[in-house]
Design a binder for this molecule. Structure first.
Ligand SMILES: Nc1ncnc2c1ncn2[C@@H]1O[C@H](COP(=O)(O)OP(=O)(O)OP(=O)(O)O)[C@@H](O)[C@H]1O
Ligand SMILES: [Mg+2]
Length: 529
């Protein structure tokens, strides 16, 4: 008998137990984010080990922070991440669909239907769903419609009362950076500044760095800015360097200090020699250097983040210089002016009229960091949606409209099938209804009533009817402007079905024992023991 082919330390779960365990874990993930879905969804407060707090409604953020350990649950979290990377929005929807597909798949397993049949049915349904989605998509082009896409994304995300203003900021920003309808979202810089209120957030056609000039003697504004971007520290001894020097005579001390002074002067001379009148330094700047720079009428900012240095380089056409001794005029960037503007306590540096006309910053202001961070997440979702819409100009009706229509058409498709796969296609179809049902539930409405009414509307041929949660009725959401990019739905369905299929096909889990303590936050969901 070969009893022990595996390491004794490994854990093995087989057959139905493995399936049950995996499906349960994946469903727990879906259940976790479920209450955040839709405009009436609730937020979650996440506290990490260090006590940092995040308050959010964003599916992917919640799952990321939860540090889930169960392998099948992790696969579901991956969907959220893919969704985030591909579109930026719809992460909750994608995860919920996967959870529901697995829940329904389990029903079929209980009916003794083989996983191969279930997964085949799911695959057919997923392919068919993509086809139907293309038919249901509507083309849009106007700015107003794009703004509606942004507004739908932000509904229920804390910025809702400002969604018109923010919708416009987002559409304008995307419009500025778009090239042939293609948008690199990294080109849209978001800068966050604590102070004033969210209403005062704005789109600025330039680069704003949340740092003031280092020294009050420096000019507040420099016109025709020639900008040096310097990587190295403008100090002799960095704060991280601790050196011991021993001097025995006052002369030695003077000469040592003199040498230091000379080295710093050299750096300043190099900057002056290049013709720069503005410097951004990635590291620290010695007080003496500050003084010399100020005397030369140079505006300087220190400790600029590396990513901001890169943004500045891209915006102003400058080159980041790592060896100051080699700096030359060609390395400098250009902006019409650089200015410090103050609101509240701290000043910010505005780099305006950049060489690259596409340079822009969305400046988010707000009272607390938590609010600002959640505004940023809502904005990024909407930016992703608008960019996706611009790319293929296709949208679908939201509020569950597209899911109900898909469900209906998939059921019709199922009835054209003969084998047992038909049952799987039917379960796939009913999984889609989970979205409108949850939207209703989260709004305190009766999900059964809503579902019945929605089905009736769609049976009567109103394919874009969905739940309008502004007034709680079932209406034509295409006409209402509750619209989402097609891509959100195609991506969500593609990745949710892929993962569901993958998990359903697993009937043997062999897991190595962990060597360190189990820190999974899902408690005993974190392993197979
Ligand atoms: N006014 C509205 N009435 C009804 N449904 C709406 C309305 N606005 C948006 N929705 C719906 O809310 C759902 C989106 O909710 P939500 O933004 O919370 O989740 P998500 O986009 O799936 O995930 P996340 O934004 O967390 O990445 C979509 O189905 C959308 O159609
Ligand atoms: Mg969303």
């Amino acid at each position: 008998m070969v009893d022990n082919v595996m390491n004794e330390e490994a854990n093995r779960v087989l057959g139905r137990d493995a399936q049950r365990n995996n499906i349960l874990a994946a469903r727990v993930v879906a259940e976790t984010v479920k209450t955040t879905l839709g405009p009436k969804g609730m937020d979650k407060m996440l506290v990490d080990r260090a006590g940092n707090i995040i308050v959010t409604n964003d599916g992917v953020t919640i799952l990321d922070e939860m540090e889930i350990e169960h392998p099948a649950a992790k696969m579901v979290v991956e969907i959220a991440k893919t969704q985030e990377a591909e579109v930026g929005d719809g992460t909750t929807t994608a995860v919920m669909l996967a959870g529901k597909l697995l829940e329904n798949g389990e029903k079929l397993l209980d009916m003794k239907i083989h996983p191969t049949i279930i997964t085949r049915g799911y695959r057919w349904a997923a392919d068919k769903a993509q086809e139907i989605l293309k038919e249901l998509a509507v083309e849009i082009n106007s700015k107003e419609e794009l703004m509606k896409v942004a507004e739908t994304a932000m509904t229920g995300k804390g910025v809702e009362y400002l969604k018109e203003k923010f919708g416009e900021i987002i559409v304008d920003a995307v419009d500025i950076v778009a090239e042939n309808k293609k948008v690199e979202l990294e080109d849209i810089r978001i800068e966050k500044h604590k102070g004033r209120s969210i209403e005062d957030s704005e789109l600025i056609q330039g680069i704003v760095i949340d740092k003031e000039r280092i020294n009050l003697e420096m000019p507040v504004r420099v016109d025709e800015a020639r900008i040096a971007l310097i990587e190295e520290a403008l100090e002799v001894r960095g704060p991280e360097m601790e050196a011991k020097i021993s001097v025995s005579t006052p002369d030695q001390l003077t000469s040592f200090l003199g040498r230091e002074d000379a080295m710093l002067r050299e750096k300043v001379d190099a900057i002056k020699g290049s013709g720069a009148n503005v410097v951004f330094v990635q590291k620290g700047v010695d007080e003496l250097v500050q003084h010399y720079l100020a005397k030369a009428g140079i505006y300087a900012v220190r400790r600029v983040a590396k990513s901001d240095m890169q943004n500045l380089a891209k915006a102003t056409g400058g080159k980041i210089v790592s060896k100051l001794s080699e700096i030359s005029r060609e390395d400098l960037g250009y902006a019409k002016f650089v200015e410090e503007r103050k609101d509240g306590e701290e000043g910010m540096t505005y780099v305006m009229g950049c060489l690259n006309p596409k340079a822009l910053t969305i400046l988010i202001r707000g009272g607390t960091d938590h609010v600002i961070d959640e505004v940023e997440r809502a904005m990024r979702d909407a930016l992703g949606d608008v960019a996706a819409t611009l790319k293929d100009s296709k949208i679908v009706a939201g509020g569950g409209a597209v899911e109900i229509e898909l469900s209906k058409r998939l059921k019709e498709y199922a009835s054209s099938l003969n084998g047992r796969e038909r049952l799987a296609v039917e379960e796939f179809a009913s999984a889609l209804e989970f979205i409108p049902v949850t939207l209703a539930e989260n709004a305190g409405m009766d999900p059964i009533d809503v579902l019945t009414e929605l089905r009736a509307a769609h049976d009567a041929g109103n394919r874009d009817y969905g739940l309008n949660l502004f007034n709680g009725s079932i209406e034509d959401n295409l006409a209402n402007g509750i619209i989402e990019p097609l891509r959100v739905k195609t991506q969500a369905i593609a990745s949710a079905s892929e993962v569901a299929i993958m998990i359903l096909r697993i009937d043997d889990v062999i897991a190595a024992k962990k060597s360190v303590g189990n820190s999974g936050k899902l408690g005993n969901m974190s392993g197979y023991d």
